[in-house]
Ligand binder design. Structure first.
Ligand code: ADP
Ligand code: ASP
Ligand code: MG
Length: 446
């Protein structure tokens, strides 16, 4: 089987596009019909369509895992609720299709078998085997529906393509193998100008165990396929008009950015702009594949174009990452942290895959602001405790402002205690703690 050098296959007459539809765009039967409407206008184009789990299914599946791990006795009940919701949507879209219901049932049965056994010692492994079915189910329903409206759709199991290492819940992509498999398995189908529906978020190890790529990882999956297949462009369809200057759930005076450079997009998403998964941009940048962020509500809208074009006139942009922990590390003996201990500390940070967002050191102490995920911070403190004392401060926010102006910074600092701040060129970053404003009592009460 040839590996097509450079761009596109010799026989693909049209250029390949990759689309990604997230949970919000497939959360109900009506939403999926709407997606069908968008895709109708691309019929005849070779298209890879990456689909997430429906709505908040991944959160609900996480609850199943937790219930099973803690043996609370209601894991089956929780799974049953998810099953019924999906069956309801499948029924609304495709009626009583026995073929579809058999496909769905086969997927649920596998999880039921897992739940019948005692919980695995390896939580992360168990998590991936269970949570991954959200995407398997949603893609089965979406693909089946799209076929029923006469779109030339084929379903594909992303685990047959995306190969990762053995780190469950945060698999790292093995690029060479994934590229080879994508070209061998996906291109021949796409050459018939077909639409391939596949899952975001999931992959598999060399021993064929299912892995996931990290929460919100479906954007990243779409970028993996785009990279491996040399797509002409990638589009993610969102419930917002494009990339905005800040999260519209947290700010009300946001505006849409028409264009962004890859670099700008990487900086903003790495530090918490939740509109795109941070790992998404780099593979696209490496092959100069443009990324469009468009609204599925208003598909004709212009959206945001992320590409190599440099825009040097950006308005202030804000990204907020909540759930920060500030870890203050100091030596137990009299040695200087910077002189003697950095390599050990960095190695431990890397081994634990802690995301360090800011760091600062003095002679005898070192402070890092990290994403406070699960019990990673405690495990880190434990791993270094022989030589270091740690003080952990939680429930903080990391605020990143690019292209700042005074007004934006002043507004953001209001009512906050500054724990750490750094300024580099056009970026200000701060770790802050919310402090309730002190209010004077009424004269009479006082
Ligand atoms: P998906 O359905 O693809 O998973 P998400 O819900 O993960 O979509 O991402 C879209 C959401 O990201 C938007 O609804 C919006 O609230 C949020 N968001 C956060 N920061 C931004 C930003 N800078 N621009 C646009 N949306 C943002
Ligand atoms: N379904 C996964 C999640 O919710 C992946 C994604 O939607 O991007 O995290
Ligand atoms: Mg998402």
């Amino acid at each position: 089987m040839p590996i097509f050098a450079g761009s596109k296959s010799a026989t693909m007459d049209k250029q390949l596009k990759v689309f990604k539809f997230g949970g919000a765009s497939v959360k109900s039967a009506d939403a999926i019909k709407h997606v069908g409407g968008i895709l109708k206008s691309f019929a005849g184009d070779p298209l890879v369509i990456v689909v997430s789990a429906m709505g908040k299914t991944t959160n609900a599946m996480e609850e199943v895992v937790e219930a099973h791990a803690a043996q609370t006795g209601d894991a089956f009940q929780k799974l049953e609720k998810i099953k019924q919701e999906h069956y309801q949507i499948a029924q609304e879209l495709c009626g009583d299709s026995e073929e579809l219901f058999t496909l769905l049932n086969d997927i649920f049965v596998e999880v039921e078998w897992v739940l019948e056994e005692a919980p695995e010692d390896n939580y992360d492994y168990m998590y991936d085997q269970i949570v991954s079915i959200g995407e398997l189910i949603s893609t089965r329903i979406v693909a089946y529906y799209l076929q029923s409206i006469d779109l030339p759709v084929e379903w594909m199991d992303a685990r047959d393509v995306v190969r990762t290492d053995n780190i469950f819940r945060e698999g790292w992509v093995q690029w060479e193998e994934t590229t080879e498999r994508a070209q061998n398995k996906m291109l021949p189908i796409l050459e018939g100008n077909k639409m391939l529906v596949t899952q975001g978020f999931i992959g598999s190890t060399s021993e064929n165990f299912t892995t996931t790529l990290g929460r919100e990882g479906s954007d990243y999956s779409a970028a993996i396929f785009s990279y491996c297949l040399d797509a002409e462009s990638m589009t993610i369809w969102k419930d917002v008009p494009g990339v905005l200057t800040a999260d519209p759930r947290k700010f009300d005076n946001v505006s849409k950015l028409d264009a962004l450079s890859y670099r700008e997009a990487i900086e903003m998403t790495y530090y918490g702009a939740k509109v795109i998964h941070p790992k998404t941009i780099k593979p696209l940048q490496n092959k100069n594949i443009p990324l469009r962020v468009k609204s599925f509500v208003d598909p004709k809208g212009s959206g945001t174009l992320i590409s190599a074009e440099i825009e040097d006139n950006y308005p202030p942009m804000v990204a907020i990452e909540s759930n920060q922990a500030l870890v203050n590390i100091s030596t137990r003996d009299f040695s200087f942290v910077a002189e003697h201990h950095m390599s050990f500390l960095f190695q431990t940070i890397a081994d634990m895959r802690l995301q360090v967002n800011m760091m600062q050191n003095t002679a005898i102490s070192f402070a890092i602001s990290v994403n406070d995920v699960d019990d990673k911070v405690e495990r880190f403190a434990e791993a270094i405790q022989e030589n270091f004392q740690t003080r952990i401060e939680r429930n903080l926010e990391l605020i990143t402002v690019r292209h700042f102006n005074r007004e934006t910074l002043d507004g953001l600092r209001e009512g906050k205690m500054l724990m750490l701040e750094e300024r580099i060129r056009n970026t200000v970053q701060m770790v802050v703690k919310k402090v309730p404003a002190l209010r004077r009592k009424d004269e009479e009460v006082a």
